[in-house]
Design a protein. Structure first.
Length: 395
């Protein structure tokens, strides 16, 4: 079958950068041509660990399952957006669509970056697989967005429920001041108070490299039973260490959090100070399934012993979704056909069973309650409870 690229729709891109690239007309694409996936992630800058985890997972998936689906070679074009400049992410997405002729956009490490790229996906009718960014509203920014990661409300609500069921009566929320953090704050407050708990204060901290000391002093002085925390992957090590150094643990204040704080990739460096911390998330490298044990071993083998984290499974499952959609379309890379094939997809992931909601295009998955424990001389997030097939509850 011959597959042609709709050149006109790929140039309905607004903004100054569009004028600069208007002459870059993609060549017609035929069945023998590769399906191009533009993978936009932060490979440098403060959130580089997110990009490296996703890129490693994508590479592992292709190593295991090959780079050809339904007679079409899958070519991944990796682009580093630095993680902090939405305008750069938008420009990269635009160039990938108009110049490189990608049929699928993927990646997106943080919410502002996914927001920036969403108009490109809409105007070019290009499926956009969000593998990491976790604000609830992202999927509403474009009808072409599909999420394979998670949402902060989805992993926060079970933590709030666990807290009230385990006799935690008072808490302070402590979140990074951007979209996912605000989502986590609102959902925890709503769910915790509905269960009979009291939120004493809601503290928001700067996104990049904050000094947590003055914020933690306020928490210590307030003496809550628990501190609920969300900070993005990479910031958790500093926060947990300061939590202990400032004497909050010694005062009997419990630290509870979303799994971003206890990033599997960083558990070795965080070390024993995390012992006993309870968190909620959709993935743990300690997940006991055969699929995950193989995944963790293969990931470490190919990446100098690195432990896969939750962002890696967003990338791994994102590739799975792309492959399975192309199987359903028999290799047809038309954006609307791929999108239709992605809706309602279900499979057994390394994280557990998951589904792409056919209506919302968001992920439905198990959420695990975990405790940081020492296993064979290293700290791991050991699952001890779960909420089965939980949808994003919204904010």
């Amino acid at each position: 079958m011959t597959h042609t690229v709709n050149v006109q729709r790929r140039h309905l891109i607004l903004g100054g950068a569009a004028a600069a690239t208007a002459s870059l007309v993609p060549m017609p694409s035929f069945a023998a041509d590769p399906v191009k996936v533009g993978l936009i992630v932060p490979m440098s800058g403060p959130f580089a660990s997110t990009g490296k985890q996703i890129a490693a997972a994508v590479s592992l998936y292709q190593k295991k399952y090959g780079d050809t689906v339904a007679g079409r070679k899958i070519e991944v074009i990796l682009k580093d957006d630095g993680g902090v400049a939405p305008d750069m992410t938008k420009r990269i997405a635009q160039e990938l669509v108009t110049r490189d002729g990608v049929q699928i956009l993927a990646g997106f490490g943080l919410t502002p970056l996914a927001f920036a790229a969403s108009p490109i996906a809409t105007q070019a009718k290009t499926p956009m697989v969000v593998m990491a960014a976790a604000t609830s509203v992202i999927v509403k920014r474009s009808p072409y967005i599909v999420r394979t990661g998670f949402t902060l409300p989805q992993v926060t609500a079970p933590m709030a429920d666990w807290a009230t069921k385990n006799n935690i009566k008072s808490a302070i929320t402590f979140v990074a001041d951007y979209g996912p953090g605000i989502d986590a704050e609102k959902v925890f407050v709503k769910q915790f108070t509905a269960g009979g708990g009291s939120v004493m204060h809601s503290i928001r901290t700067p996104l990049l490299n904050p000094d947590y000391a003055p914020f933690l002093k306020r928490v210590k002085d307030s003496k809550p039973e628990a501190l609920f925390v969300f900070v993005p992957s990479g910031e958790g090590a500093a926060l947990i260490k300061q939590f202990n150094e400032r004497g909050l643990a010694a005062e009997g204040i419990r630290l509870i959090c979303t799994g971003d704080v206890l990033d599997d990739d960083l558990m070795v460096s965080i070390g024993a100070v995390s012992k006993g911390v309870v968190s909620s998330h959709h993935y743990s490298a300690a997940h006991p399934s055969p699929e995950n044990k193989e995944y963790v071993a293969s990931f470490a083998r190919d990446n100098n012993g690195m432990r896969p984290n939750f962002h890696s499974v967003g990338g791994y499952d994102g590739m799975h979704l792309i492959y399975e959609a192309l199987k359903k379309t028999n290799g047809d890379a038309n954006g609307d056909k791929i999108l239709a094939a992605m809706k309602g997809a279900s499979w057994t992931s390394v994280r557990g069973p998951m589904t792409i909601d056919a209506e919302t295009r968001d992920v439905i998955q198990d959420i695990y309650i975990r405790k940081s424990e020492e296993v064979d001389g290293q700290m791991w997030n050991v699952e001890f409870d779960k909420v089965v097939q939980f949808k994003d509850p919204g904010v």
